[in-house]
Design a protein around this ligand. Structure first.
Ligand code: ADE
Length: 254
């Protein structure tokens, strides 16, 4: 898979590509990265990439011509190139979108700066607008890194174990189960016995239970529209009965 990144700050990506799973994905040629400096497509001695907004107002807007030149170079008549603009006005990026993008062959990521990019580029050249959350960054570079990271780790062979991405949070709409490693006892807190039992079936049941309760407590919104399996339904009924008993016992004290 290829990522072409259009930015006026190409150096921001150096460290990002040099570590961990992203670095390994590059070394194994699972991903190819191409950083294009938008400035290289700007005219004139000063290679200006921004200008004042028509109609007045604060800040600067990224000029369309350098962007169009950079997009042309990046897409290079590649029919598979998907042009993505990182902007707080885009659809919020989530795991489902990461999965969909991981099926693409070539993503061209446009990192806007200042007050944004000229609307004519958005209208004529951009396939998707993506936001990484409802907050405003100083530019799209960090957002582009987030997208590259989340998409790359989904590519076959990118993670150590084949199944790692399948047990991710959100992989099946639930958060991931709790994890523990050595030591067995840390500051008087022991690891749940079942995880040391070697009983794989019991461990699997414990993990599914952990994923469900964590989702229920931390992100109940994820369960809206979620279809419980029979096993999960039985678990919820057990919890419901326990909670009912707890609440009823409180009644006596009021
Ligand atoms: N550029 C500035 N803020 C952003 C955000 N939240 N998501 C994506 N790109 C951005």
């Amino acid at each position: 898979m290829k990522f072409s990144i259009l930015t006026i700050f190409p150096d921001m990506f150096a460290g990002f590509f040099e570590h961990g799973i992203i670095r390994r994905a590059i070394e194994r040629e699972l991903i190819h990265t191409d950083i294009l400096d938008i400035r290289d497509h700007a005219a004139g001695r000063h290679r200006v990439t921004d200008d004042r907004p028509f109609g007045g107002g604060d800040g600067m807007v990224m000029k369309p011509d350098p962007l169009a030149g950079a997009i042309r170079k990046a897409a290079d008549r590649d029919p598979d190139a998907v042009i993505v603009h990182l902007t707080p006005q885009g659809r919020v990026f989530d795991q489902k979108t990461a999965r969909a993008l991981s099926e693409k062959a070539h993503l061209v990521l446009i990192c806007g700066r200042y007050e944004g990019i000229d609307e004519r580029i958005c209208e004529t050249q951009v396939d998707y607008e993506l936001s990484i959350g409802d907050f405003v960054l100083t530019g799209g570079e960090l957002a582009a890194m987030v997208v590259v990271d989340a998409v790359t780790r989904l590519l076959p062979g990118a993670l150590g174990g084949d199944t790692s991405a399948e047990t991710d949070s959100f992989a099946d709409q639930l958060l991931a189960h709790a994890q523990y490693t050595r030591p067995r006892v840390f500051e008087d807190q022991a690891v749940p016995d079942v995880l040391l039992s070697g009983n794989h079936r019991e461990i699997e049941i414990w993990r599914r239970k952990s994923a469900l309760i964590r989702t229920l407590l931390k992100r109940p919104d994820l369960l809206e529209g979620y279809s419980l399996t029979q096993e999960e339904l039985d678990l919820c009924r057990q919890w419901q009965n326990r909670l009912n008993r707890l609440i009823e016992n409180q009644g006596d004290k009021r």
